[in-house]
Design a protein around this ligand. Structure first.
Ligand SMILES: C[S@@+](CC[C@H](N)C(=O)[O-])C[C@H]1O[C@@H](n2cnc3c(N)ncnc32)[C@H](O)[C@@H]1O
Ligand SMILES: [Zn+2]
Length: 279
């Protein structure tokens, strides 16, 4: 992507950016960097993302994991979950809105939401390999390398937070959400990918989502809960990507024979929908 195009793109959201180091305002300056009034400078890469954590070390999430994740996502295995997220946005949205995709990975949900709504979409992740893939995939979304404990945005700048299978930082979410803002948090249910877990000997016994839900309720006003559960047949070509796309599989050896055994996969999610607590 041309550096001039990158400059013009991020210039459009300059007014909601905030320096993650000194919390002061940020300007997008030529040729293409985000620079605060105290001189902290963050590069806007030609891959189309702003790197707010330039010294970030590689995380557990590898390029291979995100590439496999993209194949599985783009082959529609998560479509019912996406459809429910789109329905929630539709029912709470205003004419114009800004949505933040927390831990966006390679960017599937950001792209799909942008395809449906004429909105400002910002996706960020702390894994460079994820954001590089995301940045190359779509020029109309704003992508950041950033950490969810220190999000480089001004208070009340976001109308929707979308957190899919990613940790949360409710202090940051509360700071960023506008007064009527909505937080959608997707958590895995007890049966999520149970066939894959069985394959590598991970037990699903004893796992409960109550603790996550209870914690959410201490931080947000819970206004809706959606449960989504379905099973999909896994195409032969996708089997290997299922085995590689999840951190559950990190450091676990799976044989080709085991991968072939994966006939279907169970998807089981809970979406918690919340607003900032009334004070
Ligand atoms: C299970 S993946 C989900 C990715 C994406 N939402 C999806 O559903 O495909 C969790 C993501 O959270 C990101 N992540 C974990 N800790 C993070 C942090 N502290 N700040 C930003 N992103 C983080 C990981 O890099 C990874 O992309
Ligand atoms: Zn600064």
């Amino acid at each position: 992507m041309k550096i001039e195009t990158v400059f013009n793109h991020y210039k459009k959201i300059e007014e909601i950016l905030r320096c993650p180091i000194c919390k002061e305002i940020i300007n997008i300056v030529h040729p293409a960097s985000a620079t605060c009034i105290n001189g902290h400078c963050f590069d806007c890469a030609s891959f189309n993302y702003v790197n707010f954590i330039p010294n970030q070390k590689p995380t557990n999430y590898t390029k291979e994991l995100f590439e496999s994740r993209r194949i599985v996502l783009e082959n529609n295995y998560y479509q019912p979950l996406l459809n429910e997220l789109l329905r929630i946005i539709e029912s709470y949205k205003k004419d114009e809105f800004t949505l933040l995709d927390v831990g966006c990975g390679e960017g599937y949900y950001s792209r799909a939401i942008h395809a449906q709504f004429d909105a400002t979409i910002i996706g960020f992740d702390n894994a460079k390999e994820a954001i590089k893939l995301a940045g190359k995939s779509d020029n109309s979304i704003y992508w950041f390398m950033a950490d969810l404990t220190n999000i480089p945005l001004k208070p009340k700048s976001i109308d929707f937070i979308c957190d899919v299978l990613t940790p949360s930082n409710y202090q940051e979410f509360e700071r960023l959400l506008s007064d009527d803002g909505i937080c959608m948090k997707v958590i895995p249910g007890e049966q999520y990918l149970k066939e894959l877990k069985k394959m590598v000997g991970l037990s699903t016994d004893g796992y409960t989502i109550d603790a996550v839900t209870d914690y959410f309720k201490t931080k947000m006003d819970l206004i809706d809960v959606k449960n989504i559960k379905y099973t999909k047949e896994v195409n032969d070509d996708d089997k290997i990507h299922f085995a590689k796309m999840t951190p559950l599989m990190l450091n676990r050896e799976i044989t080709e024979l085991e991968v072939k055994e994966l006939k279907e996969c169970t998807f089981d999610f809970m979406i918690l929908v919340g607003r900032i607590k009334e004070k």
